[in-house]
Design a binder for this molecule. Structure first.
Ligand code: FCB
Length: 458
């Protein structure tokens, strides 16, 4: 039996979503297509031919969804604004699009829920993709204009700002292996796109600060590498460089790691994209770091350091990714809460700024029982174990200020469509009926007590 684990006073409990995954209403009030609308229309790109055209219809049901957050007693809500709603052509503000977020924020504040706003969660206006998207260097200033436009409208009520969500996915999966929008497969381009994401982050962070913002962050997704055996330390180093340090180090002002530059030199994609002064822009200080964590990655070294990896990250060689170990979630991700503790302790030391777990959660095969209840004991256990992991990190000295569960609602899970359900609230997509799952009730209890209950769960 474990005792109650009490979190520091003021710890922020909440849930997260992203615009394209929940809003639907893709042609309402002047919104124009994003790269995800275009990508989802490509046959075979998304499981089951699904798209975010309706999703959770949150655009029309946001008050009901905010009321759910209120019912759960969650004090924070992380959401993203859709660039193609706010600026349908990527550059020109759309009053009706901004008005939606205005209403959403006001409704959160009525419930005393703290908004945590992400400016970019992968839904680039297609009009900007037509001009090169993240391959085009000018995107850094377009993104800063967009950030300023949103801040001008909401900065009086929204304190916490996140520039980008997971540039790793947006650049490497979108431009490198084609699994995400815009579906390009060019490792060299992916490195260029990644650098432009970081540059856009830096310009936007500066613009937000110049506009008076005092709580600016970026949300990075980390997958700690676990060595298979004692000879696998170089595999860990290589994977960690391209997956984790690629994004973290420049944001912290350390530039790109030299071992990463050596590993990627054979592609000649990153360094040509980096102009004088870029690293200083990217190093614009952030006030906190959003840590998105789902699973570690098992790695092993290859005898030949130049042999391409089985892992399709740009330029990765000399190592292989091994199958994850049980227990797995339905997306095949390994459940390994200890990696979250280690990650938070490490990041806290390395960054020296507060951390917020901005995403953590799991998909399981949920069933709505005949009595209407969703007894998602797997997810309750997942949250309990990962929250204990966060608590252990805090005990070990990590400065963690909040935990935002992924996700408030079952939603459009990108290329996997509507199969994997990550919500703490079940959504019946045919009727749009919402049902709070047992995991939602569990999080509500945790938030109310500011503690993870001890004892056996599930
Ligand atoms: C993260 C994304 C989020 C969601 C979860 C499961 O990588 O940021 O939108 O898809 O994975």
């Amino acid at each position: 039996m474990v005792g109650d684990q009490v979190f520091p006073p003021g710890f922020l409990w909440g849930a997260a979503t992203a615009a394209y995954q929940i809003e639907g209403a893709v042609a309402d009030d002047g919104r124009r297509p994003s790269i995800w609308d275009a990508f989802a229309a490509v046959p075979g790109a998304v499981e089951g031919g699904a798209s975010g055209a309706t999703a959770c219809d949150h655009y029309h049901r946001y008050s009901e969804d905010v009321a759910l957050l209120g019912e759960l007693g969650l004090g924070a809500y992380r959401f993203s604004t859709a660039w193609p709603r706010v600026m349908p052509d990527g550059r020109t503000p759309n009053a009706a699009g901004l008005a939606f977020y205005d209403r959403l924020v006001d409704s959160l504040l009525e419930y005393s829920i703290t908004p945590v706003l992400t400016l970019y969660h992968w839904d680039l206006p297609q009009a900007l993709q037509d001009r090169g998207g993240w391959l085009e260097r000018d995107i850094a200033s377009w993104f800063a204009e967009y950030a300023t436009t949103v801040h001008n409208r909401l900065g009086d009520r929204v304190q916490h700002w996140t520039t980008l969500n997971e540039p790793f996915c947006s650049a490497f999966l979108g431009y490198g292996n084609g699994v995400h929008a815009p579906g390009l497969r060019d490792p060299r381009g992916a490195l260029r796109a990644a650098h432009h994401h970081l540059l856009a982050h830096g310009h936007a962070a500066r613009a937000l600060r110049a506009n008076g913002a005092t709580s600016v962050s970026i949300a990075l997704n980390f997958s700690p590498a676990l060595p298979d055996g004692p000879d696998d330390h170089d595999a860990v180093r290589r994977f960690d460089a391209v997956h984790n340090r690629f994004f973290l180090d420049p944001v912290l002002g350390h530039g790109y790691p030299t071992d990463l530059l050596d590993d990627l030199a054979h592609l000649d994609g990153l360094e040509p994209a980096v102009h004088d002064g870029d690293l200083a822009v990217i190093a614009e200080p952030v006030d906190w770091l959003g840590v998105n964590y789902y699973a570690p990655t098992r790695v092993t070294s290859l005898a030949d350091p130049t042999e391409p990896s089985n892992c399709p990250l740009p330029g990765l060689r000399g190592m292989s990714v091994l199958p994850p170990r049980a227990p797995l979630t339905v997306t095949g991700w390994e459940q390994h809460p200890d990696s979250l503790t280690d990650l938070l302790v490490h990041l806290s030391k390395r960054c020296g700024i507060p951390l917020v777990v901005a995403e953590n959660g799991a998909a399981f095969p949920d069933v709505v029982d005949p009595d209407g209840r969703v007894r998602d004991t797997d997810r309750v256990r997942y949250f309990a174990e990962h929250l204990r992991a966060v608590h252990a990190a805090i005990e070990a000295g990590a400065d963690v200020r909040g935990y935002l569960a992924w996700s408030l609602l079952d939603n459009f899970e990108w290329a996997s469509g509507y199969g994997p359900r990550f919500g703490v609230v079940h959504v019946d997509f045919a009727s749009q009926r919402r049902t709070i799952k047992d995991s939602g009730r569990f999080l509500a209890q945790v938030a109310a007590r500011n503690a993870v209950p001890g004892g056996h769960l599930g």
